[in-house]
Design a protein around this ligand. Structure first.
Ligand code: DAH
Length: 341
């Protein structure tokens, strides 16, 4: 039979060498468990001479409590070490500078539309939208386009069926609005348009326009000029001048194209990248709403007159920001986009 002190020494050496808490627990079972070595000794007390029993029992109990104490200490040591490691691993440096998350931004086209729309809203216009898939009626017929108007051509327009097409302009919204609400009407309408253009630096088969329409009693060309001049000054700078050149559009009479004086060089620089030395930049089309258009909506053309205008969003953005290729808007190259955050 092993002596309690012997067993204690053995246990002490093993507990010291234990690699982790689980190993210590195994030793606890081995020595102090129900079938543990020290527990077994107590059961063998009957084999001991009666006069030695008491002393033997005391030795065993002492060995047991000593082993127990060693085990408790060792377990605690492992626990503390583990906690230390965890704390170290989970440590947060609250003084570390934050990591920058790249923020998204509105696309240049959206920014430009918002700016244009914002200017007109401040003049009391409300915003309406129309469908991108249109009918020939709204896109051409109701807009007084003659049956042989070149833009109707299959080679210029994306037809879906004979009567349905991708709108080539935002002008059909004029007709939809006039049919839906009675004068006074004062709306602008931004949106996508489509033409069968081959992409190059200034053409894209998909592009954006903003349409404007005002119909009321006593509206004259002066109102149109004042409105668009105010708009040009807001978007390009208070110093710009506007020039109205006679033009033709089927849905306006008279019609005009509006040029703005070059906001970059003021006409001083023959090699100006914006006006190419001419001093003027073509900005938009406009005119007094043709009576035929008003009549589509049964509007009394003796009582009501109106003006309309349409401008290209890409063109406006290109002029404003010195962008020289329309395709840059749609390629979504971050090196381009990030310049306009
Ligand atoms: N829809 C014309 C185009 O796409 C632009 C335009 C010109 C719109 C004159 C108008 C306008 O409302 O009055 O070329």
């Amino acid at each position: 039979m092993k002596r309690p002190e012997e067993i204690f020494e053995e246990a002490r050496a093993l507990i010291e060498k234990a690699a982790d808490g689980a190993a210590v627990e195994e030793l606890r079972i081995r020595y102090l468990g129900k079938k543990g070595e020290l527990t077994a000794l107590l059961r063998q007390v009957g084999e001991i001479a009666p006069e030695e029993r008491k002393a033997f029992g005391q030795l065993v109990n002492k060995a047991k409590s000593d082993v127990e104490q060693l085990i408790t200490e060792r377990k605690k040591a492992f626990e503390q070490a583990g906690q230390g490691l965890r704390l170290k691993a989970e440590r947060i440096d609250v003084t570390e500078p934050g990591r920058e998350i790249p923020a998204g931004a509105r696309h240049m086209i959206t920014q430009t539309i918002d700016e244009i729309v914002g200017i007109f809203m401040s003049m009391g216009y409300s915003v309406t939208e129309g469908p991108e898939v249109e009918t020939v009626f709204y896109n051409f017929d109701a807009l007084n386009a003659s049956p042989n108007h070149p833009s109707r051509d299959l080679s210029d327009t994306f037809y879906i069926t004979e009567d349905v097409l991708l709108r080539t302009q935002t002008s059909p919204v004029q007709v939809r609005t006039l049919l839906a609400q009675k004068p006074p009407v004062k709306i602008i309408s931004p949106g996508r348009c489509f033409r069968t253009d081959t992409p190059d630096a200034t053409h894209s088969p998909m592009f954006h326009q903003v349409e404007g329409l005002l119909v009321d009693e006593g509206v004259t060309m002066t109102d149109l000029k004042g409105t668009l001049d105010a708009f040009a000054k807001r978007i390009f700078g208070a110093g710009v001048k506007t020039k109205f050149r006679p033009h033709f559009f089927p849905f306006t009479e008279p019609s005009a194209e509006v040029d703005v004086s070059c906001f970059l060089c003021g006409g001083e620089d023959p090699s100006c990248r914006v006006c190419h030395g001419s001093g003027w930049i073509e900005l938009l089309g406009c005119g007094m709403v043709h009576p035929n258009v008003l009549q589509v909506a049964d509007i009394d053309t003796e009582r009501y007159t109106g003006f309309a205008f349409g401008l290209g969003v890409e063109r406006t953005a290109m002029l404003k920001h010195g962008i020289d290729d329309i395709r840059l808007f749609y390629e979504n190259d971050v090196r381009f986009i990030a310049q306009f955050y």
